[in-house]
Design a binder for this molecule. Structure first.
Ligand code: UD1
Ligand code: UDP
Length: 381
């Protein structure tokens, strides 16, 4: 029997971290030819992940330019995908999550009448402009997909409410599979600062911030809040690997650079980031991925957004929404820095997002779809 040609398409850092373990799992299956097409919507940040996971793409659209508009990203991905599909002739295309690459990849698959598997399906805020443009990207991909790999039961319930019940599997999130390969207690950082931080004597706060809906006034208030937290609390060290987006870097330079106890560094390779998260005291972030990783490592998270499509860890008590107002962020951080009982209540490891077996379940479900195996059992936390 011919091998199934399964093509994974991704382009940004978080998609790469969550898809590389799946590309490798598919490569390990004798029934599958695992193909990898990157759009390079991100360039340096994508290449760093490919290196950490030793994944070599079969096709690279290389679409990144500085200050890309959403229309430019989408149209360049779409045009580029024609070449990849013609050359690699996939039987199924896998896309991940909710980026512009995800939407363009799924739409292109549809134009070529190739079935689509959506990894990390069913996340919703039901707010069209938040996160922007991700909420609409994932809803549009739901219409285009044939198989849906939901991290949680809650994600499946979202799809069911929209009438999508066929081809849905609860698998856990592949980010937990990735974490299991990167985090080690004896990890030695290549970024020397991270080897020398006083993790025991002081409180190391890990910060990231990059969302488009936070550009402008919300980002200004977030930066001022971070500055105030560092100035008010002499026992903290704030480590902020700054996203390469010029908009983000400008906000950081304007409001945060030069603040005592604030370490502004370049984006970290995924393994460095995961091990830093494992050692830090508290995470402040507007990232999606960090909201999933930190709870698995027992680190409390304050989310620098007004809403989240990841309510599972909020329900478990390890993640809180801090919003984008300076005063609220500062006072919520203050409570966790100064009140050991408030901290203790949030700092317990929970794994609502997976058990590290998501890639195996997804690969099994794909084989089942093509009549080459049995239906996998589902993830239950
Ligand atoms: C994208 C995704 C977002 C995801 C985020 C993860 C969309 C619309 N947004 O947002 O869902 O949370 O990635 O980080 O798909 N840049 C570089 N080098 C890099 C990467 C980016 O210079 O390695 C620059 C780009 O040139 C661009 C800017 O950063 O000017 C922003 O990148 P872009 O892909 O447009 O969107 P993100 O905000 O990163
Ligand atoms: N990450 C990383 N280096 C960094 C910042 C983040 O490897 O300097 C990882 C992080 O651990 C997570 C993913 O990138 O796995 C999240 O990506 P990002 O915040 O860019 O996107 P989002 O998850 O918000 O879509």
């Amino acid at each position: 029997m011919d091998k199934l040609r399964i093509m994974s398409v991704f382009g940004t850092r978080p998609e790469a971290i969550k898809m590389c373990p799946l590309v490798k799992e598919l490569s390990s299956r004798p029934e599958v030819e695992s193909l990898c097409c990157v759009t390079a919507q991100h360039r340096q940040m994508l290449d760093s992940v490919l290196e950490v996971f030793s994944v070599r793409p079969d096709w690279d659209l290389d679409i990144m330019t500085p200050r890309q508009t959403l229309s430019a990203i989408t149209s360049r991905c779409l045009t580029g995908m024609d070449g990849a599909i013609d050359a690699l002739k996939p039987d199924m295309i896998l896309v991940h999550g909710d980026t512009s690459t995800t939407f363009a990849g799924a739409l292109s698959a549809f134009y070529h009448q190739i079935p689509v598997g959506h990894v990390e399906a069913g996340l919703r805020t039901y707010d069209k402009y938040s996160p922007y443009p991700e909420e609409m990207n994932r809803r549009l991909v739901t219409s285009l997909a044939d198989l849906y790999f939901c991290p949680t039961e809650n994600n499946r319930a979202n799809l069911a409410r929209e009438g999508v019940e066929k081809g849905v599997f609860v698998t856990g999130n592949t980010v937990i599979d990735a974490l299991k390969t990167t985090v080690r207690k004896d990890y030695h950082f290549t970024t020397e600062l991270l080897n020398t931080l006083p993790y025991q004597e002081k409180k190391v706060l890990l910060v990231t911030c990059h969302r488009r809906e936070n550009y402008g006034e919300p980002m200004r208030k977030i930066m001022l809040a971070l500055r105030q937290i560092a100035l008010e609390n002499e026992d903290v060290e704030l480590v902020y690997p700054v996203h390469l987006s010029p908009v983000v870097r400008q906000a950081v330079d304007t409001y945060l650079r030069g603040t005592p106890r604030v370490h502004l560094i370049d984006p970290l390779p995924a393994d460095e980031m995961h091990n830093l998260m494992d050692r830090c005291y508290l995470v402040l972030t507007d990232s999606g991925g960090l909201q999933e990783e930190a709870p698995a490592l027992g680190r409390p998270v304050l989310v620098l957004r007004r809403e989240t499509e990841r309510p599972e860890a909020v329900a478990a008590g390890t993640v809180k929404l801090a919003g984008v107002e300076q005063e609220t962020i500062v006072s919520m951080a203050r409570a966790l820095i100064r009140d050991p009982e408030a901290y203790r209540q949030m700092a317990h490891a929970v794994n609502p997002y997976g058990d590290g077996q998501a890639c195996r379940r997804i690969a099994d479900a794909i084989l089942w779809h093509f009549g080459r195996g049995s239906r996998p059992e589902e993830y239950r936390p």
